[in-house]
Write a protein that binds this ligand. Structure first.
Ligand code: ZN
Ligand code: ZN
Length: 181
């Protein structure tokens, strides 16, 4: 169950040993920490405004809020982007969304005023998977609009994908891309 270890390293007490083995090339485990990735090192001391964190994920405030409230939810484990997600990762995305929703709710946003989604490379700023969690209204509406109407059961051409579309696309064993998928 390597994908479980990928998303919930805390469930696996042997994770440290496994990482050593991975570094030694003995087993094929994705790296938990990527040197130089600022989202692999999110800490209060680094200036991040952390709203919630647990062993698997961190919720913090975006430095350039595009909505009344704008949070980022990241897995501690490094994954480059939404493009790297596969069907088995739906569970992870649901966890990220749930953490974002809980944080937004605790900040006073009703579920109807909450939106969640990912930038699609090359339109992402930082290459460590991060879910955008917005408490509406948007501040800079233009930045977050979908250029093409949403397609049923997937998405049209766009550089941003809503979390519901991600579930549809991954559920059909497809990958998220800028092009219609
Ligand atoms: Zn990272
Ligand atoms: Zn982004």
């Amino acid at each position: 169950m390597s994908f479980l270890r990928r998303w919930f390293p805390s469930w696996f007490p042997s994770a440290d040993r496994d990482e050593e083995a991975a570094l030694a090339g003995q087993i094929n485990l994705p790296p938990a920490y990527v040197k130089g990735c600022i989202f692999c090192d999110v800490r209060k001391e680094k200036g991040f405004n952390i709203v919630h964190e647990n062993d698997d994920l961190i919720v913090f405030k975006d430095r350039a809020p595009a909505a009344s409230e704008h949070l980022l939810v990241i897995p501690r484990h490094h994954l480059a982007s939404v493009k790297a997600l596969r069907k088995q990762d739906i569970f992870l995305v649901r966890n990220l969304e749930a953490a974002g929703a809980e944080a937004l709710t605790s900040l006073g946003f009703a579920p109807s005023d909450q939106r969640f989604g990912f930038h699609i490379p090359p339109f992402n700023s930082i290459s460590h998977l991060h879910l955008h969690a917005f408490g509406l209204p948007y501040r800079s509406r233009l930045n977050w609009q979908f250029p093409v109407a949403v397609k049923t059961g997937g998405k049209g051409l766009s550089w941003f994908v809503e979390v519901g579309q991600v579930y549809d696309i991954l559920g059909k064993d497809r990958e998220v891309t800028v092009l219609p998928c």
